[in-house]
Design a protein around this ligand. Structure first.
Ligand code: NAD
Length: 364
């Protein structure tokens, strides 16, 4: 065992969520509903999940009482109130969230505030279904928190449902998942279990994404990517994230940048900084990516997958970077390397301009 993990001492929190994985597992939803949650049930989705949600409602008429198809990115307060009203008017006692982080985020808000249990059917690689983290946005302010009761009772991972996810969204969502796993590798509360899961998640996702882009409807790569997303989400739920997630949160909030794309652009730069002082994480990332400089390899992967090259391309206003810098310096958080204003300037400038990340020094 690696004694670097807590000096040989660690805690792995309980994870009450059941996971059902595999092509066609959607067909078990009726049985899952019968044994796992109260009924009747309200289906939650966004535009892209509408057709599937209505099909499920038709197939499960005894359990499903309605479809709420207005879930939105960042869980706006008016959406939570509208969904809550719909659930109450239909007498729903539980939900099924079909979709990405937006639909699952809405289910979490209803679990938190209306005590509704739910089953999650993820169709992106966000990993939200495996975490106790919730978020609700009031006006421009997103409040987040942790609560065990926002975890789903059960998650059905069916790769068939991800075939329709556009290649570009798949890539950035997958790179977002890699970011969760990468930061789990140097988290203060990591364990031997999260180390194994995170390394495997990075390996599987990095291998799957080029194949997903080559053929978005091929079963094997879709299955591998969703498997990696499950592992990454589990790591996200079990560990504390560091500089990379902190900066992405600040960039998203202050400069209104798209969530997954921001993660993809920034990750090579934050890792080039942090891995310098996280040798175990660097070794695991290197093995997962088959490269002795993992941050450089991720930057190359971004290019191969045609991810936007810079924060500038994402529409970032350069005058806002100073605010992001101050936010990242203001509240302390766990990070393997001390963060200074100068280092943040280097990271943000390189990411803004689309420069390659700084090369890691050779291992001693
Ligand atoms: P999303 O749910 O908005 O999905 C992204 C886009 O993909 C949307 O346009 C959606 O309609 C579309 N889509 C989803 N599945 C599809 C499919 N199968 N076919 C075609 N289109 C499909 O966003 P996301 O990227 O899944 O998640 C990002 C959100 O999740 C952010 O708000 C983020 O803050 C949150 N998040 C939360 C946690 C947590 O632990 N609470 C973790 C990760 C992400």
């Amino acid at each position: 065992m690696n004694r670097d993990v807590g000096g040989g001492h660690f805690t792995v929190p309980a994870q009450p969520t059941q996971v059902v994985f595999g092509a066609g597992s959607l067909s078990t939803l009726g049985d899952e509903l019968a044994v796992s949650v109260l009924s009747p049930v309200l289906l939650l989705c966004s535009n892209s999940g509408r057709e599937l949600a209505h099909r499920l409602a038709t197939e499960l008429p005894d359990t499903v009482v309605g479809v709420f198809d207005e879930s939105r990115m960042h869980v706006p307060r008016p959406t939570v109130e509208a969904a809550r009203k719909t659930a109450a008017s239909l007498g729903a006692r539980a939900c099924v969230a079909v979709g990405g982080g937006s639909a699952i985020g809405l289910a979490k808000a209803l679990a938190l505030e209306a005590n509704l249990q739910y089953i999650a059917i993820p169709t992106t690689y966000s990993g939200s279904e495996m975490t106790p983290v919730w978020g609700i946005t009031e006006g421009q302010t997103k409040t987040t928190g942790r609560a065990e009761r926002v975890r789903p009772v059960s998650v059905l991972y069916d790769p068939d449902l991800t075939h329709s996810l556009p290649a570009g969204v798949s890539v950035t969502s997958g790179l977002n998942a890699i970011a969760h796993a990468a930061e789990a590798l140097y988290a203060p509360d990591r364990s031997p279990l999260t180390d194994l899961m995170a390394q495997e998640a990075v390996r599987a996702m990095a291998a799957a994404l080029p194949a997903v882009v080559a053929d978005p409807t091929a079963d094997g790569p879709r299955s591998a990517a969703l498997y990696a997303a499950w592992l990454s989400g589990t790591c996200l739920g079990l560990t504390t994230m560091s500089l990379h997630h902190k900066l992405c949160h600040a960039l998203g909030g202050s400069l209104d940048l798209p969530h997954a794309e921001t993660h993809a652009v920034l990750l090579p730069h934050t890792l080039a900084f942090n891995l310098e002082e996280a040798p175990e994480a660097r070794a695991r990332m290197g093995q997962a990516l088959g490269h002795d400089d993992p941050s450089t390899r991720l930057w190359q992967l971004n290019q191969e997958l045609e991810v936007p090259a810079s924060l500038r391309e994402l529409g970032a206003d350069p005058t806002g970077l100073a605010t992001v810098r101050e936010q990242a310096l203001s509240a302390p958080y766990a990070n393997p390397r001390r963060v200074s204003g100068d280092s943040l300037d280097r990271i943000l400038t390189a990411a803004f301009n689309g420069e390659p990340p700084e090369r890691l020094r050779p291992m001693a």
